[in-house]
Design a protein around this ligand. Structure first.
Ligand code: 13P
Length: 253
């Protein structure tokens, strides 16, 4: 049984001062907890300070994005090597906001995933269907294609370093959570694809997180599902009180 892995994606929220205070308080409040693994995804410009605060705490720091190249003439972009150098262990890749607001394609996401692994960053690959795709009965088709396209060309031994976050787009920031059974069904489907492609041992070792309107009130029922290994939390992760309650509820599993 894996320890639940709970990651807070701050998106474009909090000031540097608020982020620093949050990280210090999180470190203090988690100092005795070994029941879960916790991580946060601050904005790029906070990463160096927050990595320093959390050094040695076991709390993971993840970037929210990277470019697919490690260096070069890409004005405004940040590479996996840069993110690694300031102390991050993880990076989000393929978040639905990157796919749908910024037009990132599956092949670009695949290149980013490879860039992350080559810099020894663990990618948290986000996949999930849009509302019309679910309503048309295409959830599994969409999720399978994203998974296969985004993981293309990656060796089985490196798949173990990847985390998959199933985030149905219709549940993100909407207050509509997938029913625990709905989420579990997709998680089991994802695990089945990984088993087919990389074998049972690797598939079982991969964390599959759920994301989309996770809050303290629904953490327990989601965590009770056998295929849900943790959460990628948005809105409820930017207040220490609600994030701590999610961590506490997940610690009971
Ligand atoms: P919400 O928890 O605000 O729905 O966001 C989920 C998400 O996008 C996490 O990456």
């Amino acid at each position: 049984m894996k320890k639940p892995f709970i990651v807070g994606n701050w998106k474009m929220n909090l000031t540097l001062a608020e982020g620093v205070e949050f990280a210090q308080s999180l470190r203090n409040s988690l100092s005795n907890s070994n029941k879960i693994i916790c991580g946060i995804c601050p904005p790029f410009i906070f990463l160096k300070d927050i990595c320093k605060i959390l050094e040695g705490s076991g709390i993971k720091v993840s970037a929210q994005n990277i470019h697919s190249e490690q260096r070069g003439a890409y004005t405004g972009e940040i590479s996996a090597l840069m993110v690694k150098e300031v102390g991050c262990s993880h990076v989000l890749v393929g978040h639905s906001e990157r796919r749908h607001i910024f037009g990132e394609t599956d092949s670009f996401i695949n290149s980013k995933l490879k860039a992350a692994l080559s810099a020894n960053l663990k990618p948290i690959l986000c996949i999930g269907e849009k509302l019309n795709e679910r309503e048309d009965g295409r959830t599994k088709y969409v999720v399978k294609n994203q998974l296969k396209d985004n993981l293309r060309g990656i060796n089985a031994d490196r798949i173990k370093e990847c985390v998959i976050a199933y985030e149905p787009v219709w549940a993100i920031g909407t207050g509509k959570t997938a029913l625990p059974e709905q989420a579990n069904e997709v998680h089991a489907f994802i695990r089945g694809i990984l088993t087919g492609d990389y074998g049972e041992d690797i598939a079982d070792s991969v964390y599959i997180q759920y994301g989309g309107s996770v809050k303290p009130e629904n953490t327990g029922e989601l965590m009770a599902q056998p295929e849900i290994d943790g959460f990628l939390v948005g809105g409820a992760s930017i207040k220490l009180e609600s994030f701590s309650k999610i961590i506490e509820a997940a610690s009971n599993y």
